[in-house]
Design a protein around this ligand. Structure first.
Ligand code: NDP
Ligand code: 8X3
Length: 253
């Protein structure tokens, strides 16, 4: 296994959920973590909790100039991440496509697709040049299976899946690994965001079931990133045991 102390891990979306749990997992194991997000107060709290192994970096991944500037401003010791976990993302709305908000669709495309591309574009050349690196994405089972109301969100995650596969095609021979982690239902702030802050609706998503936790996914990410360098996990799909992909539905009459 790789010594976590040899890892400098850039995590987008480290202020909550899967990103925050991953930041904790890596930092407590001795890795240096650069954690990003828009909520500066959360980043400062993470820094207070985790100490010098956590470096807060306030940035909105939808703004490419800001991403480039933030990374360019990193101290020398952190300027060469060898793990880039492009995790920041969101779902907005669960309405059928014919009633969906165009603003929501655009925000998901800007964050889950364009923000992820900006993160990779700013960091991949350096990892290739150094002959060592690992790109990790938080894809989703929503990129594999359709469900009612998943419309644009699932499509953004299908983009992530195909982009990760195409990166693998390009990166052969570079020693840069790519892993698309595809979780099912994880109880985080995800549903609160999806329902625009409606706590009743978001609570109902997880009522009466045992969903995955952010820590469950962080453990998978940590596992993939600490495997010996000759071992590459390209995709990992993680369901809570209570969830399955949908069967085919037929409208009768
Ligand atoms: P959370 O809402 O708990 O966390 C989302 C994180 O993304 C936050 O840290 C948020 O930070 C960050 N983020 C969102 N938009 C931006 C932005 N424009 N710029 C920078 N950071 C941003 O949800 P999860 O932890 O569940 O979600 C993480 C990833 O996991 C997402 O890509 C999501 O699609 C995916 N996923 C989630 C599943 C689930 O069931 N929870 C299942 C499958 C995949 P801030 O608001 O401070 O900017
Ligand atoms: C989130 C997983 O099943 O809620 O990407 O769409 S699901």
């Amino acid at each position: 296994m790789l010594d976590p102390a040899t890892l400098t891990v850039l995590i987008t979306g480290a202020t909550a959920g899967i990103g925050a749990a991953s930041a904790r997992r890596f930092a407590l194991a001795g890795a240096r973590v650069i954690g990003t997000g828009r909520r500066a107060d959360r980043l400062i709290a993470m820094r207070d909790e985790l100490g010098p192994n956590f470096h807060p970096l306030e940035v909105d991944v939808r703004d490419n100039d800001a991403v480039i500037a933030a990374l360019a401003g990193l101290p020398e010791a952190l300027a060469k991440p060898n793990v880039v976990f492009a995790n920041a993302g969101l779902a907005l709305g669960l309405e059928p496509a014919q009633r969906a908000s165009l603003d929501d669709w655009e925000d998901m495309v800007d964050t889950n697709i364009k923000g992820l591309l900006y993160t990779v574009h700013a960091t991949l050349p350096g990892m290739v040049e150094r002959g060592e690196g690992h790109v990790v994405f938080t894809g989703s089972i929503a990129g594999d299976y359709a469900y009612p109301g998943g419309n644009a969100y699932g499509a953004t995650k299908a983009f992530v899946k195909q982009f990760s596969l195409n990166l693998l095609a390009d990166l052969i021979g570079t020693q840069v690994r790519v892993t698309n982690v595809e979780p099912g239902m994880v109880e985080t702030e995800f549903s609160l965001v999806r329902f625009h802050g409606d706590k009743t609706k978001s609570g109902n998503v997880y009522a009466g079931i045992q969903p995955l936790t952010a820590e469950d996914i962080a453990e998978q990410v940590f596992f993939c990133c600490t495997l010996p360098r000759h071992v590459a996990i390209n995709r990992i799909q993680v369901f809570p045991t209570c969830q399955s992909f949908a069967g085919m539905k037929v409208q009768r009459g």
